[in-house]
Design a protein around this ligand. Structure first.
Ligand code: SAM
Ligand code: SF4
Length: 350
């Protein structure tokens, strides 16, 4: 029997029937982690993500409503085995209904773990309310400790707002607070050790992310990017890094190291040079209600149409399961014929 037919047999007909089941694909991977994009809009213009003038934003009627988002999350956790939900965007703090969405998801019969990826602007104002609503933790993106470099990288002079947001998140107990950084050649590629020293001092967990070909401007160049190897080499000039190993990593995209013997850690997400597709446990929902099986998928499955044609929960769950069943083995980044998806990262939900 081939591996695929064995996997098909494992899934069996129960997976397509009614009642609770899982989002499994033909490679036997089960998605338990749902990324929900709440908006494609943003108040920064990071050069690796968006052009200076912004993008053609989704029209309001095309966006899922708060009720539609909560319904899809309820179906995901009660009928599809999702255990973790990460709110993202665009900038999710720009979504007016965010606190209410979190509160309603926290009250679901099956309560998912909930986190938020944000650029941190406005977090000072909302951190306590988000915690009270039931948010567990946050990832805040900060690529540099230098306000002038921040302004060049994000095209906005808001460095202090992000630092304030980070402090507010820690004070509110949205911990562990993780800090995401993308290093760009000639801009902040010398900052890895400084960022890690600062994160250790403030009790944030630093994550370096390799730049991916998901910018709207299609400016990514494989030759120009800072790799995980470069980042680790730079960090090792100042720190002793001890690998945590695969067992501790599980299906997390970040490879983690103990910093100077621990307990602090640093993570590196090497989506390009060391892809982790074999252990992927993600499913993604865009702000306009499309399921994506992967950041790099070129196809999407429309749940919004089903929602708006009053399909019952079972039908929506069935469409979602079918979409995930078709998930490809990998991102295709290592294939010379790789095609960048049409939607940029900010519109998919990073
Ligand atoms: N606006 C929020 C933020 O910046 O945290 C959430 C959305 S953003 C798309 C999510 C994460 O994706 C951020 O950590 C950001 O740095 C990262 N990101 C955006 N474009 C990227 C790219 N081309 N390659 C790697 N990471 C990217
Ligand atoms: Fe906005 Fe996040 Fe993209 Fe930066 S990375 S432009 S903060 S969506």
């Amino acid at each position: 029997m081939s591996a695929t037919s064995r996997r098909l047999e494992t899934v069996g007909s129960a997976n397509w029937g009614r009642g609770p089941t899982v989002l499994i694909d033909t490679y036997g991977r089960v998605a338990t982690d749902l990324r929900v994009s709440l908006t494609d809009r943003c108040n920064l213009r990071c050069t690796y993500c968006m052009p200076e003038e912004g993008l053609q934003w989704l029209a309001k009627p095309d966006l899922l409503t708060d009720d539609e988002i909560v319904r899809l999350i309820r179906i995901a956790v009660t009928d599809l085995g999702i255990t973790e939900v990460r709110f993202t965007g665009g900038e999710p703090l720009l979504r007016p209904g965010l606190v209410g969405i979190v509160e309603r998801c926290a009250a679901l019969e099956v309560r998912p773990k909930m986190s938020l990826t944000t650029n941190g602007i406005g977090l000072k104002r909302t951190a306590a309310a988000l915690k009270a609503a039931g948010l567990d933790r946050v990832n805040v993106s900060l690529d540099t400790l230098r306000p002038d470099v921040f302004k060049t990288l994000t095209r906005r002079d808001r460095h202090h707002d992000v630092l304030d947001g980070l402090e507010a998140a820690r004070a509110a107990g949205l911990t562990p607070v993780k800090v995401n950084a993308v290093l760009m050649p000639g801009l902040n590629d010398d900052e890895a050790p400084d960022l890690l020293a600062w994160a250790v001092e403030h009790d944030y967990e630093m994550r370096f992310i390799e730049q991916m070909p998901l910018d709207a401007q299609h400016g990514w160049k494989r030759d120009g990017m800072i790799t995980a190897g470069d980042i680790l080499q730079s960090l090792r000039t100042r720190f002793t890094l001890t690998p945590e190993g695969d067992a501790a990593r599980g299906s997390a995209p970040a490879e983690r190291w103990l910093v100077d013997g621990g307990p602090q850690r640093v993570g590196v997400i090497a989506s390009v040079t060391r892809p982790f597709c074999r252990a992927c446990d993600r499913t993604r929902l865009t702000a306009d209600g499309q399921v994506r099986t992967c950041l790099f998928a070129t196809e999407e499955t429309d749940l919004r149409a089903a929602l708006r044609s009053e399909a019952p929960d079972e039908e929506i769950a069935r469409i979602w399961r079918l979409a995930m069943w078709g998930k490809k083995a990998g991102s295709g980044l290592d294939d010379p014929s790789f095609l960048q998806p049409e939607r940029p990262m900010s519109a998919i939900g990073g």
